[in-house]
Design a protein around this ligand. Sequence first.
Ligand SMILES: [Fe+2]
Ligand SMILES: [Fe+2]
Length: 404
Amino acid sequence: MKRVLFVDDEPRVLDGLKRMLYPLRNEWRMAFVTSGREALELLEQSDYEVLVTDLRMPEMSGVELLAKVVSRHPQVVRMVLSGTADQEIAVRSATLAHQYLVKPCDAATIRATVGRAFSLRVMLDDPALKQLISGLHNLPSVPSLYLRLMEVLRSLDVSPKEVAEVVSQDIGMTAKVLQMANSALFGIQRQITDPTQAVIYLGPEMVRQLVLVASAFSAFQPKSLRHFSIERLQIHSLAVGGLARRIAQSLELSPAALDYAFVGGLLHDVGKLLLACNYPERYDEAMRHASEEGVLDRIAEVQTFGTTHAEVGAYLLWLWALPDPITEIVLRHHEFPADPAAVYSPSVAVHVADALGNGGFDPDAVACLTAVGLGEKLAGWQRSSRETRLGRGSHVEAHPVCGR
Ligand SMILES: [Fe+2]
Ligand SMILES: [Fe+2]
């Protein structure tokens, strides 16, 4: 049974929720409190799995409560149920909450949304992972430039130039965003050299995601390790992001799925950065073992940490409240779906791009792609991957690096 905690300063609203959610009493154990302070007390005392909070509250605001829950109870699923039209509050909570619901909201919507947010958490509910994460000292919060960009993007009539101006405030960030933009647009006639063009070609939403990716890479700067190179990982990530997007395109996925494939591809190995930053000696040793013994990186990681970079990376993105499809891509990037119907997805695009980027491909996956009629496309993707690695059409030279 899920334990769900509702917080709203208006008793009337809580009464309404109680009545509306009464039919769910056999599925959820629910508690209703009127302040952030009471909510934190309850969270200390017992294991709530989901928090649903209002934003505008006296004493402790919903944003403050969410931030406290992120640091004290990171495993709790965080949701907002608010009627606030205040943009700033909404923006600030967007990176703290996994889901955002607007009042009034019916029981079916609340149930479905809690269910969705909860299912990903269940996948990440692994004791070894939890222990590892709780020991991390370098777990950066959501970058401030990203928050500023979200604020700008909330206004409906924002121009590409205005978005570009925000990105340009950070030169290092601009360079990284342009580099990623060029890898996404592999094959267009010319290179993109200024942020305004990047916004025009990719759209402001994609640029926002790129800022987040670039921030993740700058947030983790592991000291130089002998058996792990952050530079090579960045090159690999760019190549996988770009290729995953092209694969998604050739699978005729929706525009949103193309974006997920690209961003998911860029971030798929972010867990490696997290491990290398927080446990440099142990990670270096694991990677030494992987390369000298010829075992997959993820197997060496399991032997050392009890979990892999896929789970660790997905957990970080879950904490950052990134869209669930991206977190799921990262979590599953080593798997090929057992169900042939699931092949047409951004997750598979990233899986295939990663496998090709590493120069290897699981024969079962080849058989599966062939069985669903994608055998011919695979040859084309292999060509694209080789071209990416040779640096044609992109200004980075990619190598197969991450032993997955
Ligand atoms: Fe990987
Ligand atoms: Fe990889």
